[in-house]
Design a binder for this molecule. Sequence first.
Ligand code: 3EB
Length: 334
Amino acid sequence: MRSSSGEQPAQSLPAALRVAYHRSDRAGEQPARVLAAIRFGAATSPPAALTIDVGLEPLQAPGAAATPGAELWFATGPVHTGQWSDDGNRQVRFAQDGHYLFAVVELDEREHGGILLTAEHAYAAVRQFQQQSGFPHLLRMWNYMDAINEGSGDLERYRQFNVGRGRGLGEVSESYPSATAIGRQRPNHILQVFWLAGKVPGQSLENPRQVSAFNYPRVHGPVSPVFARALIAPDHTLLISGTASIVGHHSQHHDDAMEQLEETVRNLSSFAPRRPRAGAQGDLLKVYVRDPELTARIAERLRQLYPTSDVLFVAADVCRRELLLEIEAISLAS
Ligand code: 3EB
């Protein structure tokens, strides 16, 4: 937080983020307090201050242990929860632990007049909430929506989402958070936006192999996606945005999932020098796959490449119709 009156802000080291995938066969093994549980499909999870049910189906990777069904963000201090509504009565649910805040806004497109206005209203709520939250710095955002590739040209729903997001968020005074935007395969009319914010800013990173999304040329839509390729959180955790087979701003290897995987891995590798010197813990990877049939081959290759990572697969549509998979990653600092 910026101090306007000149007093010294506290310089204590920001608390270390702790995140893990939860498997239902390990119920009862998580004694730590959970700030936020992000649950996929009909998965169960330990009690959490904030539970976010995401309508994306987890997929079983052959040979793996039980399918992880939830992503748990553990509390780093005493937890407070609340509900807040903006001037348009849009509800934000949140939980914070003194260091970090998790929050979610879920809007029904049928009540907001389509994806563009729904995104605009959701992001207006994000902006208003953030201004008064005490956790002003957006670190990581997820956007889940229906039928992301429906519509053609500038009317494609992902592009309309981008118009609404840009309008709702308005001018931002600092760099963008890392993010994911993904399509549900079973529609429920809900635009779901959830995010991690902090008291201290992160450091956003761009990928030298890719045009920054906020500088995409007009051909990808009237308003560019506003996110950073990655962000280093205050505790040095590396949060890599949804990453796909895009070089420059062009999709590569149309219709070849395994080649897209290799390109995506090269994109992820750009951030390898920025990985914190991790302890024993491996990275967390979340893989969004358009065709669940591809899970086994992708899982096998990822096991070769990242033997110590924990990988969660979900069935989902990627924001360009030719893209068959997308991967986001977390490299924990401790
Ligand atoms: C891309 O690189 C792929 O709109 O928030 C990845 C991560 C993608 C975040 C977003 C979109 C977003 O353009 C898509």
